[in-house]
Design a protein around this ligand. Structure first.
Ligand SMILES: Cc1cc2nc3c(=O)[nH]c(=O)nc-3n(C[C@H](O)[C@H](O)[C@H](O)COP(=O)(O)OP(=O)(O)OC[C@H]3O[C@@H](n4cnc5c(N)ncnc54)[C@H](O)[C@@H]3O)c2cc1C
Length: 452
């Protein structure tokens, strides 16, 4: 019998076993595969909803590998080469990482492995079309969404990779570090696939009409599973293409949302600096507020005490659930940048600290889109009015009453304007910290000045 050969599958944003090209490549390369996850100190530096969600997903993956998954604490550039040497693996397989931090980390690991005659092999990415692949006729990246989306559709994508029937995990030879405790929560590949199937069969057709309604909460809630790679977007797109619901207008809208995710990853690939710096240079001159009074206002925003009900509902949902509806993310982000005149990275960091789906590309570029410093192609400055947005997208006030108990005594849409009701402040809901109409004018003046 030929001696056993070994490869390593180093999991990162791909915590699943189905539709996993890097897993298949690791199996092709050797007769036994060691599954590994490295708990980089920066992943657990703070106890956040995102770090807890990651631990829950790892617990599930560990079960799915029958306990073979090896967890190691430390820096990947130390841990991975040491493990490869220990088990005699010539190749370490990964799904290609596309964020600035992930790319730098992988380069360091690749160099350390090469010094020992070993190889880092990247197959596939967390996206249907790998970031960097879509370019225009002159070979440049797209700056705005619509032409990118058209080119993305024309480019096509591979079919999902087959789920292996049996995976020859390497067991017993390597001791792992213990996985820190995580609270019980929905996580892992099986839960992601179930959530997706339920949405495909029961939620997709209503998506077009209801996706902007935070009170109904009928979006797919797949952002965290996609963030951790518990499901790959290729699987979703393939199901949509073959399912009858996939022919609806709603399905087209849903695919467009997934393409936004691909677009932002592509922007970050080409412009790694855009993670924390304004994409549009002409708006880098925009003046922002700072100082003690601004800090006080930012604290009120973070804690859901601005006196604008839909803003406060969203910010409280974020703190409590680690999630917020997309429409409310836009309203709260607009409030920080255009009503409080605070530079978007302050808000982006707060979201990343609290969102279970916190993703540097989608989050920071969505923030730039709202702030007007990013990829929004609109020729005017968009300022969301928190009152009219509340009345339009939470028409019966259900969402606000769910998250803001001080307003529960107000019926229907009255919750959006407590100042219009004699009993509006009976339960000590805070008064508005700013006047939206005044701040809107101030924002328009600042943008006008910066552009000139
Ligand atoms: C200020 C701000 C910050 C955001 N931060 C994040 C973040 O950290 N992580 C994140 O995944 N999304 C982020 N989004 C995008 C969007 O709000 C979430 O993806 C969505 O609310 C997740 O809920 P869902 O899965 O039910 O979405 P659905 O409406 O069911 O959409 C399906 C999927 O499409 C993708 N998607 C939808 N809208 C967007 C969008 N605007 N940009 C990029 N991808 C999108 C997501 O992967 C989502 O899971 C942010 C949006 C804003 C305005």
């Amino acid at each position: 019998m030929a001696p056993a050969t070994r490869s390593i599958l180093w999991f990162r944003r791909d915590l699943r076993l189905g539709d996993h090209p890097a897993l298949l490549a690791a199996m092709d390369a050797a007769s036994q595969v060691l599954p590994v996850f490295v708990l980089d100190p920066r992943l657990l530096a703070t106890d956040t909803p995102r770090s807890r969600r990651l631990l829950a997903s790892l617990r599930s993956l560990s079960k799915d590998t029958g306990g073979a998954l090896v967890i190691r604490h430390g820096h990947p550039a130390d841990v991975i080469p040491r493990l490869a040497a220990q088990v005699g693996a010539q190749q370490v397989h990964v799904s290609r990482e596309t964020t600035p931090y992930g790319r730098r980390r992988d380069e360091a690991v690749e160099t350390a492995l090469a010094a020992d005659g070993r190889e880092l092999v990247a197959t596939g990415t967390p996206y249907a079309v790998g970031p960097g692949r879509i370019v225009n006729r002159s070979g440049s990246p797209y700056q705005v969404f619509t032409p990118f989306a058209k080119a993305w559709h024309e480019h096509g994508r591979p079919a999902p990779a087959a789920r292996p029937e049996r995976i020859p995990w390497l067991r017993d030879d390597v001791r792992g570090d213990p996985l820190p405790e995580a609270p019980a929560m929905e996580a892992g590949e099986a839960a992601a696939l179930k959530r997706w199937e339920t949405f495909l069969h029961n939620g997709l057709t209503a998506y077009d009409d209801e996706r902007d309604r935070p009170d109904l909460d009928t979006t797919s809630r797949l952002s965290a599973p996609l963030k951790y790679g518990e499901i790959h977007p290729r699987t979703i797109l393939a199901d949509i293409a073959t399912h009858s619901a996939g022919r609806s207008e709603a399905a087209r809208t849903y695919v467009t949302e997934l393409v936004w995710r691909e677009f932002y990853a592509d922007v970050l690939w080409h412009r790694p600096d855009s993670a924390w710096h304004d994409l549009r240079p002409e708006l880098a001159r925009l003046p922002y507020d700072s100082g003690d009074e601004t800090d006080r206002l930012v604290d009120a925003w973070r804690e859901g005490r601005t006196g604008y009900p839909i803003v406060d509902a969203g910010m409280r949902q974020l703190l409590e659930e680690g999630w917020m509806h997309n429409r409310v993310r836009m309203i709260t982000a607009s409030f920080l940048t255009k009503d409080l005149h605070v530079w978007w990275p302050v808000g982006a960091q707060h979201f990343l600290d609290h969102l279970v789906d916190g993703d540097i590309a989608s989050n920071n570029h969505s923030w730039q889109w709202v702030a007007g410093t990013g990829t929004d192609a609109s020729p005017y400055v968009r300022v969301f009015n928190p009152v009219t947005q509340g009345k339009r997208f939470d028409p019966d006030g259900e969402y606000v009453r769910r998250w803001v108990p001080e307003l529960r005594h107000l019926p229907g849409r009255a919750v959006h304007e407590p100042w219009k009701h004699d009993n509006g402040y009976d339960d000590e809901y805070p008064r508005p910290v700013i006047d939206h109409d005044d701040e809107r004018k101030e924002t328009l003046a600042r943008y006008d000045h910066a552009r000139r």
